[in-house]
Design a protein around this ligand. Structure first.
Ligand SMILES: *[C@@H]1O[C@H](CO)[C@@H](O)[C@H](O)[C@H]1NC(C)=O
Ligand SMILES: *[C@@H]1O[C@H](CO)[C@@H](O)[C@H](O)[C@H]1NC(C)=O
Length: 380
C-alpha cells in the first residue's frame, strides 16, 4: 500500500506530466498545424472501427440465441439419436406409408414446406435437418461418432447413418417412401442400397450424376467459384455483416415466392445470418465429391433389388445460376447415369422447371408423390 505522501507525490507527478503534455500539444498545434488534430481523428476512427467490428457479431449472436428458440417450425421436435446428438425432425399428417423428404445440398426442412403441406392431408410426411443445418446442432470436434471416422465428415455415409438412427429413435413406421433431391438424392440412394427392406419406393428429384466430379470443368466451377461464394456467406454470417445487410434490404434469402408465412421468412433470415448453418452448408458442398464417390461404390457392391421401384423427377429447364455449357454437361451425365444405374426407373419430366422446382413448382412434385402414396395405400 502506498502511503498518503507517496500517493500525493504520484498525483503531483501525474499532474506535472499532464501539464507538460498539454504544453507540448499547444506547442505542436501552433507549430505544425493539424498533426495533433489528425492523430486524434485517426484515434476516433479507430474506435469507431473497433465498435463496428465488435458490435455486429455480438448483436448477431445475441439475436441468434433468441431466434433459435422462437423460430423452430411448429410441430418440429429434437430427437435424441444417441451419443448425445439431437436432430430436428418435422412430421406432419397421419397415415401410412410415411413419406421421408431429404433436402438438397446445404438446405433445411424449409425447402419442403409446400410439398410437405400438400401431402400431409393424405399421409404422414416427415422431413429433417441434417447435422449442423437448420435446427440440428453441429457436432463439436470431440463428439465424433464411429461412423464419422469410417466415412469422414459431412459425407453421405455419415448422413445416412444419422438418418437411420433418427428414424429408429423416432419410431417411424416402415417401409416408407424415401424422397431426396441433389445431395438428398445421394443420401436416399445410399440409404436404399443399404437398408433396402425399409424403403418401399425411392424417389430421386434432380439426382447428381456421380461422375460429375470427374470432370475438370465442373470441379473448376464447384471449387473455384461456388465454394468461395459460400465461404463468403459463411464469413459474412460470422461477422454479423449478413444480419446488417438483411436489415438494410441488401441481401435476401434464396427461397422466395408468394404465400410464404411470415415466420418462414424470418426463419430463412435467421439461417442466412447463422454461421453454424452456413458453415455446415459449406462442408456439405466441399465433401460432395466424396459423397458421390461413396454412392458410386455402394451401388456397385450392393445393387438395388428389383423389389424397390425407383421414380426420377427432373425439370426440363437449365439452372440460370450455372453457365450454359455446364448445364449441358450435367444433363448429359445425368442421362447416362440414369440409363446405367436405374434403367427401369419411372422417369418424369416436369415442364418449365429447373433445379429449384421443390419450392418453385411444389404442386407438380406433390402430385406425383400423391400418386405413389395412393398406389401403396391401395395395395394395403
Ligand atoms: C466437448 O467439448 C465441450 C467443450 O469444449 C464440452 O462442453 C463437451 O462436454 C465435450 N463433449 C464430450 C462428449 O466430451
Ligand atoms: C474431393 O475433392 C478434394 C478437394 O479438391 C480432393 O482432395 C479429394 O481427393 C476429392 N475426393 C474424391 C473422392 O475425388
Amino acid at each position: 500500500m502506498p502511503t498518503s505522501t507517496e500517493a500525493q507525490a504520484s498525483v503531483n507527478e501525474t499532474l506535472r506530466s499532464d501539464r507538460k503534455d498539454s504544453n507540448q500539444r499547444q506547442h505542436t498545434q501552433t507549430g505544425t498545424g493539424g498533426r495533433w488534430f489528425s492523430s486524434s481523428f485517426l484515434l476516433n476512427v479507430g474506435k469507431c472501427l473497433i465498435l463496428i467490428i465488435i458490435i455486429p457479431p455480438f448483436l448477431n449472436y445475441a439475436s441468434l440465441q433468441r431466434e433459435g428458440q422462437m423460430l423452430m417450425p411448429k410441430g418440429g421436435q429434437i430427437v435424441d439419436i444417441g451419443l448425445g446428438q439431437g436432430m430436428h425432425l418435422l412430421c406432419k399428417g397421419k397415415g401410412k406409408p410415411v413419406v421421408i423428404l431429404d433436402a438438397p445440398t446445404g438446405m433445411s426442412t424449409d425447402v419442403w414446406l409446400h410439398v410437405q403441406d400438400n401431402l400431409a392431408t393424405q399421409t404422414q410426411v416427415c422431413t429433417y435437418d441434417r447435422t449442423g443445418l437448420g435446427f440440428s446442432k453441429r457436432l463439436m470436434q470431440n463428439e465424433t461418432s464411429a461412423s464419422e471416422r469410417v466415412w469422414g465428415m459431412s459425407t453421405t455415409g455419415r448422413m445416412v447413418e444419422d438418418l437411420h438412427r433418427l428414424l429408429q429413435a423416432a419410431g417411424i413406421a416402415r417401409p416408407f417412401i424415401l424422397v431426396g433431391s441433389e445431395l438428398g438424392a445421394l443420401n436416399s440412394r445410399f440409404y436404399t442400397h443399404i437398408h433396402d427392406l425399409e424403403v418401399s419406393d425411392l424417389v430421386l428429384i434432380d439426382p447428381i450424376p456421380e461422375d460429375l466430379f470427374e470432370e475438370d470443368q465442373w470441379k473448376d466451377y464447384w471449387y473455384g467459384k461456388l465454394l468461395p461464394s459460400l465461404q463468403v456467406k459463411q464469413f459474412s454470417a460470422a461477422t454479423g455483416l449478413s444480419r446488417m445487410l438483411i436489415i438494410l434490404g441488401a441481401i435476401e434469402p434464396n427461397i422466395q415466392g408468394e404465400n410464404l408465412p411470415e415466420e418462414f421468412v424470418q426463419r430463412q433470415k435467421y439461417l442466412l445470418s447463422n454461421p453454424a448453418h452456413q458453415s455446415s452448408a459449406v462442408d456439405e458442398h466441399f465433401f460432395l465429391n466424396e459423397s458421390a464417390a461413396q454412392v458410386r461404390d455402394i451401388s456397385k457392391f450392393k445393387p438395388l433389388t428389383r423389389r424397390t421401384p425407383v421414380t426420377v423427377i427432373t425439370g426440363d429447364s437449365f439452372d440460370q445460376q450455372i453457365p450454359e455449357h455446364l448445364n449441358q454437361m450435367v444433363a448429359r451425365l445425368q442421362k447416362k447415369f440414369l440409363e446405367e444405374s436405374y434403367p427401369s426407373a419411372n422417369h418424369i419430366h416436369i415442364k418449365g422447371t429447373d433445379r429449384q422446382m421443390i419450392y418453385k413448382k411444389p404442386s407438380a412434385i406433390s402430385q406425383h408423390l400423391r400418386k405413389l402414396v395412393n398406389q401403396r395405400q391401395g395395395k394395403q
